[in-house]
Unconditional design. Structure first.
Length: 429
């Protein structure tokens, strides 16, 4: 399948309007500045200051300090919604006309701003200046694309009739900034009716868009478990309860949840990523500690894994005379795209990238995203924008210390967002 994708070097940019292509140098400049000053979740002070400065410079109304460092910008179109009233007007000036119009439609665009605790290994002029922190997932690009979209829409308000809210969100990587922003009311006043967002995606080459209705990204749940046995001498196991043996059986048994308890048509995975026990080869450890993640697409599975994981751990511990301490929590629900909004994005993407190979519907991933919280509140679509270019050595995976992407994708992202805005408000009316 990968061989059918276009060569990034041959990507046709003629479908990007000239006014957006002319923004490309600025998009690159903004992205690289953000890349040099990466900040962890809820600490994005420099990033937020930069975003706010630009929005203020362009005369865009916005609120800052939402969920610590989040920002919401509001841009009001001044095109009359009725097709027979083609003359643009200024809502702020023409109060009488505005009062006779129905409540405007509201579309939100979401971009995340945070970085990761990774030491960057790239040797580029825009390398991270913050030791041990790096934009290794493309969020600097997401912020630049959202800024470019805000700038363009502000300059072309005559082209759409509704309201666009652009949400600059902190802490996607962890512990999650979407939920506190929602709780702070970012989807209210005026009420958001639909939301879109993108993720630059090095699992797809430049010139492709991954979009599909339904489940795109997985729910993620986590647990920590400590097996409490009885330590002793390695030569006298009958005097002990070997926590390592118990933990080993638990790790193996947990794999039966997906293999034997989940419908084979549903995708799910249980991964024990950490297992720590013991201090010396001839000492039987009294405790063994493990940490794991659980991922699935089907929302109906919420609550199932929690129950089944504990049943397995409890049963194995009881059979060996061990005890356990289990901490289990849900991090993010699955990313579920609305059928109609996904179709809107797909139709727009077809106008921007070459088809049919440019559109990739089979783009699901077990990675998780807290965009899912927004999609639980309002219909929307989250999609992947291909950003890898092996010819330029820009194909390292996300969260790798040498992650980088082809910046040509920045203008493509703005074009897709802008066209979604224009088309959404036409379809709404």
């Amino acid at each position: 399948m990968v061989s059918t994708f276009p060569n990034p070097a041959s990507v046709d940019l003629s479908r990007i309007r000239l006014s957006i292509r002319s923004l490309q140098p600025q998009l690159v400049e903004w992205r690289r500045r953000l890349h040099q000053q990466p900040e962890l979740g809820f600490q994005e002070k420099l990033t937020a200051e930069f975003v706010s400065q630009k929005l203020q410079e362009w005369g865009i109304e916005h609120q800052t300090g939402i969920a610590h460092t989040g920002i919401v910008a509001t841009i009001q179109g001044n095109k009359l919604p009725d097709s027979h009233l083609a003359t643009p007007f200024d809502y702020a000036q023409d109060k009488l006309t505005a009062s006779r119009l129905p409540n405007p439609q509201v579309l939100a665009i979401r971009a995340d701003m945070d970085a990761l605790p990774i030491q960057e290994l790239n040797e580029v002029p825009y390398k991270s200046q913050h030791d041990g922190v790096m934009h290794a997932c493309g969020h600097d690009g997401h912020t630049a694309i959202a800024l470019g979209t805000a700038y363009y829409l502000q300059q072309h308000r005559q082209d759409f009739s509704g309201v666009v809210k652009i949400i600059f969100q902190p802490a996607e990587e962890s512990p999650g900034g979407a939920k506190p922003m929602i709780e702070a009311g970012v989807l209210k006043n005026p009420d958001v009716e639909a939301i879109i967002g993108l993720h630059l995606w090095n699992n797809l080459p430049l010139g492709t868009v991954g979009v599909r209705a339904g489940a795109l990204m997985a729910a993620v749940e986590c647990f920590n478990c400590t097996i409490l046995g009885k330590g002793g001498h390695g030569a006298l196991p009958h005097q002990t309860v070997d926590s390592v043996v118990v933990a080993a059986q638990v790790v193996n048994a947990l794999q039966t949840i997906v293999a034997r308890n989940i419908n084979p048509i549903d995708s799910a995975v249980v991964t024990v990523g950490e297992l720590h026990a013991g201090t010396k080869r001839n000492v039987i450890a009294d405790t063994a500690r493990m940490s794991a993640t659980v991922r699935y697409f089907n929302p109906s599975l919420k609550g199932f894994f929690n129950q089944r994981v504990e049943q397995i751990i409890a049963g194995i511990c009881q059979s060996h005379g061990a005890n356990y301490d289990l901490e289990y929590w849900s991090l993010y629900p699955p990313v579920i795209n609305d059928i109609k909004i996904a179709e809107l994005v797909r139709s727009v993407a077809e106008e921007v990238v070459e088809t049919p190979v440019g559109i990739v519907p089979e783009c699901q991933t077990m990675a998780a995203e807290d965009m899912s919280f927004f999609l639980e509140e309002v219909p929307g679509c989250y999609f992947f924008l291909g950003s890898a270019n092996p010819a330029k050595d820009l194909a390292y995976p996300h969260h790798h210390p040498r992650f980088d992407f082809d910046e040509t994708a920045l203008a493509m992202g703005v074009e897709i967002f802008v066209r979604c805005v224009e088309k959404y408000f036409v379809l709404c009316h």
